[in-house]
Design a binder for this molecule. Structure first.
Ligand code: GDP
Length: 461
């Protein structure tokens, strides 16, 4: 397919030594030639593919030199988009990179829409949809581990698995088809049910497993939403600071001064935490503090992990007990802080309240216990084998939603088989599951969905 030639700045906006302006399309080379002057008169259109050339970008209208550049020439189909691609490595900085971009546009390219390069890769058959989406995740990946998940997905792990499941369903459907077409054999219905059950159950099981990993996948991509709670002055801000290793939240001696909800990303041994410091969830008369409290309550409900901080130098109070009640059933780590001071807290009582939660002692002032806390966090979330790199995680909410719908269809099919419902009804559910799985890898997706998906990319991808 031949599309028009698009261009965009492919490196992040802002100051940098080098920035890249990328062109893709049938005219990429001729447009580049119209604005590029090398030391010899050699045209880019004539040079071998996958080579780099030194020269200058020159305004085609007034001959003004815009920038000194290195130009990479990559001829299709062995490129990201499968089209001819030219990458102009120019000097970084908003002004210079923008003038190069403007010159390329003067030369005849069109400014790309967000994600349009990747969309081309998809439309030209270079990537399937889940791989293209993995590119989005790759751009957004917040830690190395999240990056790994995105990379594996890009390599087509998820696609392979989905294809296999679809193949299984298809074979099952074919089997049903045969039996519907040849109903003259005796017992066909009964036999079909018996044959179908293990096949459908297997797909059901695989889907279940995939959906289960999706929770971990989501965590890896977006960060584990983590809320620090505790009475005023127990050391919540100090904890946040220790974890972040920089002093963004204000630490003071006055109780209740952490008034705003502040978010920070930290990487704790491969677990990305989205930390939310809070004003505590204690009822208060102070209106400013209460705004913080209301917001904390909301955050609490959404949290994946709660760090509940207690003061070792103070007796447990009713407020502390209420905090335990407020987080019942969630993933909680109890932190006994200020262990450098004389211990006043009743640990037997703490253990009763804490039930099965891990308990870690810290002196944030003396920077003690942080290691143990990090260990507790990572073991809480990597215990289930999440560490193994070769697992396929589903980390994209569109995939999760489609998998869940496909699972419902398969559940229906299995139930129907079990209760002896006529086989053509089972066939409908199986077909639906097959179609839904197809949507994950981009078979039979609507044009509008594709546009919406690719618009999520940053410009230049
Ligand atoms: P928050 O109100 O829960 O956010 O508590 P802060 O982090 O603001 O800490 C309140 C006070 O306790 C500050 O003066 C901190 O320096 C102090 N603090 C925090 N952690 C410790 C600790 O482990 N030992 C001692 N002695 N003081 C601490």
């Amino acid at each position: 397919m031949d599309f028009d030639t698009i261009t965009a700045i492919s490196t992040p906006m802002g100051e940098g030594a080098i920035a890249i302006v990328r062109l893709s399309g049938a005219e990429a080379l001729s447009i580049a030639d119209s604005i590029f002057k090398g030391p010899s008169d050699k045209k880019l259109i004539e040079v071998p593919s996958h080579t780099i050339h030194y020269g200058h970008i020159v305004d085609p209208i007034n001959n003004e030199t815009i920038d000194e550049v290195m130009v990479s020439v990559m001829k299709g189909p062995k490129t990201f988009t499968r089209e001819d691609v030219v990458e102009i490595n120019c000097h970084g900085g908003l002004v210079s990179v923008n003038s190069v971009l403007q010159t390329v546009i003067k030369g005849g390219a069109r400014l790309a829409e967000p994600g349009e390069f990747t969309k081309r890769a998809f439309l030209n058959g270079r990537l399937d949809l889940s791989q293209a989406e993995a590119v989005i995740d790759l751009i957004r990946a917040k830690t190395d581990r999240a990056m790994n998940v995105a990379l594996h997905q890009m390599e087509g792990r998820l696609s392979k698995l989905i294809n296999r499941l679809r193949q299984d369903i298809l074979e099952t459907l074919a089997h049903v088809e045969v039996n519907i077409d040849y109903p003259e054999y005796d017992d066909v219905e009964e036999m079909t049910h018996q044959l179908l059950l293990p096949k459908a159950s297997n797909v059901q099981h695989e889907l279940h497993k995939l959906i289960q990993t999706s929770q971990q996948g989501k965590i890896l991509r977006e960060g584990l939403s983590t809320v620090i709670i505790g009475r005023p002055n127990v050391g919540k801000s100090s904890l946040l600071n220790s974890l972040v290793h920089e002093n963004k939240a204000i630490v003071t001696d006055i109780p209740g001064t952490t008034r705003d909800v502040i978010e920070e990303y930290v990487n704790v041994r491969g677990v990305p935490l989205r930390l939310v410091d809070t004003a505590g969830i204690r009822e208060t008369e102070d209106i400013v503090e209460r705004m913080g409290v209301e917001r904390s309550r909301e955050k609490l409900k959404e949290a994946d992990l709660i760090l509940l901080v207690l003061n070792s130098n103070d007796e447990l109070s009713v407020d502390d007990e209420q905090l335990f009640h407020a987080v019942e059933g969630m993933d909680v780590i109890v932190i006994i802080n200020k262990t450098d001071l004389p211990q006043t807290i009743n640990m037997t009582q703490v253990k009763e309240l804490a039930n099965n939660y891990p308990i870690v002692s810290t002196s944030l002032l003396q920077e003690e216990g942080i290691e143990q806390l990090e260990e507790a966090i990572s073991s809480l979330f990597f215990e289930g084998g999440i560490e193994s790199k070769d697992m396929t995680y589903v980390s994209n909410s569109r995939h999760i939603s489609l998998l869940t719908q496909a699972k419902v269809a398969i559940d229906d099919a299995v139930n129907s088989i079990n209760s002896g419902v006529p086989i053509d009804i089972v066939q409908i559910d199986l077909t639906r599951a097959w179609e839904l799985l197809g949507e994950i890898i981009g078979e039979a997706v609507h044009e509008s969905l594709i546009d919406q998906l690719f618009s999520q990319f940053c410009l230049g991808k």
